[in-house]
Design a protein around this ligand. Sequence first.
Ligand code: NAP
Length: 251
Amino acid sequence: MSARTALVTGASRGIGRGIAERLAADGALVGVHYARNGEAADEVVESIRAAGGDAFPLRSELGVDGDAHALYAAFDSELTRRGMEPTLDVLVNNAAVSGSARIHQVTPELVDRIFSVNVKALLFVTQEGLKRMPAGGRVINISSAVTRMSYPESVVYSMSKGAMDTLTLSLAKELGPRGITVNTVAPGFVETDMNAKLRTTPEGAARLAGMSVFERIGKPSDIAGVVAFLASPDSLWVTGQRLDASGGTHL
Ligand code: NAP
């Protein structure tokens, strides 16, 4: 029997990398999607194969015309090349862009950029993915703690993650009859390139660590474990939920 297939968007680095490695360790054949950083994506694929798993890289810039179609053209062609049906069992919507701006700093360009990747591409990558998803499928959206706590420093990014949480709720009901679950995982600060600028001083790093009740910043593997549960048969009865994976940030 063929392995379950998984597609993790933005898996060349950070949280997406951690998720791709974990799903592959759990037995899935993983599409490691990236935008520009082909070397990093190849390194993820190599690390998965070295650990005994299987994966392949997939390039598609999200937030541009035809992004979802380009992504699935590459996905389908790789599965066909392997003699497999182009089915998708687990879709992890992880790729996103951030952008610091308080309300008075917001520009139309920033809104277009963040919403084109974090909302529009999310919607169409999901729409296309669902055409390939059988019963037992999983859609897992990587949102953020900013939809539970106020984060005025990044108002547009926060709004885009709110749209993601809403998509989870709508789709969970829509897809229940097909036996597909849809859930959100909401990390707090995790040590990745996305927040590297906030950690350049010991004080900055300590501030982020101090937000969690565990007094450390999250690691990609902390998030990957929660995603692995949602991707597994054990989560069969969980849908439409937002799982906080923020280490108890601002409880
Ligand atoms: P990251 O380190 O900045 O990595 C971003 C990933 O997304 C990379 O693989 C990148 O590909 C890809 N990507 C970025 N823009 C893209 C585009 N336009 N088209 C296609 N792919 C694109 O991000 P991260 O910190 O791991 O964050 C992952 C997810 O967790 C995001 O949804 C983020 O909002 C969420 N999150 C993160 C944190 C945190 O503290 N890090 C906290 C809460 C939520 P390339 O390598 O090719 O550029």
